[in-house]
Ligand binder design. Structure first.
Ligand SMILES: Cc1cc2nc3c(=O)[nH]c(=O)nc-3n(C[C@H](O)[C@H](O)[C@H](O)COP(=O)(O)O)c2cc1C
Length: 201
């Protein structure tokens, strides 16, 4: 598959087939992810694959809970909330696999405290680039993904860290649901025109 096709086909997939993903495919995804550029060449990322039934069930529970919290915070109507709950019952976000990308806060090169925040940004940016690589590779393998930002809610992050036995020094960048898409892909159009978001100087 050409890169252009993968880029244009990628969209957030929230409904998946029940079909499991083999470990070899997951390894291919991680291999693509770690080809990403990374600050200071530190390769400061750690991938946790939540693949067991027990782990997936726990994550699905957290996903429903945190999305409800999210939509409550942004103040959606009761009617919309009912529709959302119906979608959860239909299996929204229920994926055969979840991959969480963490960074190690202790892994840095600049010793002075004044660079702490900067290095955190670099580590997060590096992990985010790895995530996009993983997502594009997933398209090539016929898989769909969704970035689950609500996994950064404290209770969610703490729980998935506990499940993986990770210490305080680890910080979650993103949780990605992965699986074979249930429906045909229909990539979402961009709202903003190129002229609105570019400036040639
Ligand atoms: C940092 C980040 C956090 C996101 N968090 C969520 C999330 O919690 N739940 C969700 O359904 N989608 C989430 N998304 C997916 C976006 O909603 C989606 O990328 C956006 O609407 C554009 O649609 P597309 O990915 O299909 O092109 C997140 C995406 C990013 C980059």
């Amino acid at each position: 598959m050409e890169l252009e096709e993968a880029i244009n086909k990628r969209q957030s997939i929230r409904f998946y087939q029940k079909k499991r993903i083999g470990n070899k495919k997951i390894e291919e995804l991680v291999k693509a992810a770690i080809r990403a550029p990374n600050a200071n060449g530190l390769e400061n990322w750690f991938f946790v694959i939540y693949n067991s039934n027990e782990a997936r069930e726990k994550i699905q529970e957290l996903l429903i809970h945190s999305h409800i919290d999210y939509y409550r915070e942004i103040g959606i109507s009761n009617e919309k909330m009912d529709k959302l709950e119906k979608k959860f019952k239909e299996g929204m976000y229920s994926a055969p696999c979840y991959v969480a990308v963490f960074i190690d806060k202790n892994s840095k090169v600049l010793k002075d405290k004044k660079y702490e925040e900067l290095e955190m940004h670099w580590a997060i940016e590096s992990a985010a680039m790895a995530i996009e690589n993983l997502m594009l590779k997933a398209v090539e393998l016929g898989l769909g993904t969704c970035y689950i930002g609500v996994a950064n809610f404290t209770y969610f992050e703490n729980e998935i860290k506990k499940m993986a036995g990770l210490g305080k020094n680890y910080q979650l960048v993103g949780l990605i649901s992965i699986g074979y898409p249930k429906k045909e892909r229909k990539p979402r159009k961009r709202r903003k025109r190129l002229e609105e978001i570019t400036k040639f100087v």
